[in-house]
Design a protein around this ligand. Sequence first.
Ligand code: DX5
Ligand code: ZN
Length: 231
Amino acid sequence: MAPPSRRLRLAPSLLSADFADLAGAIRLAEAGGADAFHLDVMDGHFVPNISFGPALVRAVRARTRLPLDVHLMIERPESFVEAFAKAGGDTLVFHLEATVAAPTLVERVHSLGARVGAALRPDTPFENVVPLLPKLDQVLVMSVNPGFSGQSFLPVALPKIRQARRALDALGSPADVSVDGGVTPETAVGAAQHGATFFVCGNSVFAQGDVAENLKTLRASVAEGAGRAVH
Ligand code: DX5
Ligand code: ZN
């Protein structure tokens, strides 16, 4: 029997929005049908860039009721998950490469009342996340090297998306497979075909044009891809 069809969700990444008018960006994206917001936390160590911390997550929390997907591109994520959960993050996504104690971290995030995701850089093999799968709410497959918005989609992510979806389906897990980096109306089709259900979109939502129109175009692409599934 085919697995039940899943909800496909679009999560605009606020890293690509105007930081001086985040409230405006949130309003436009919500009105345009966004399903969640993705917040990219960068520490200048795990990635060669610095973005923002819990204070900004708290400020965004006060402006929207949509779920907040907090992508922790930081070293020692275990030291910070409590602050991000308290700030209002709904899903805390840590990088497998950033911790040696992933199973404990997963438990800890759940005990804080948040959902938990594990992210894989493009050069991290899928096998590394397999032991955690039964406990995860999301697997985030990076389709660019983390650190910056506006990069080009790396096709190496596609087989990993498919592996993740198949392995989760085999477990009967409803966890999302999230794709992050270079998601555009063109690349979203392939990601959806391979089984992604959660699409992080930075520049393709905020860099140019109309936010609502951009979301509409992306929505059509993911529906098209999911309709031609290869997973
Ligand atoms: C990159 C971040 C992404 C980024 C996506 O390190 O994890 O979430 O904001 O931006 P685009 O969609 O422009 O690649
Ligand atoms: Zn991200």
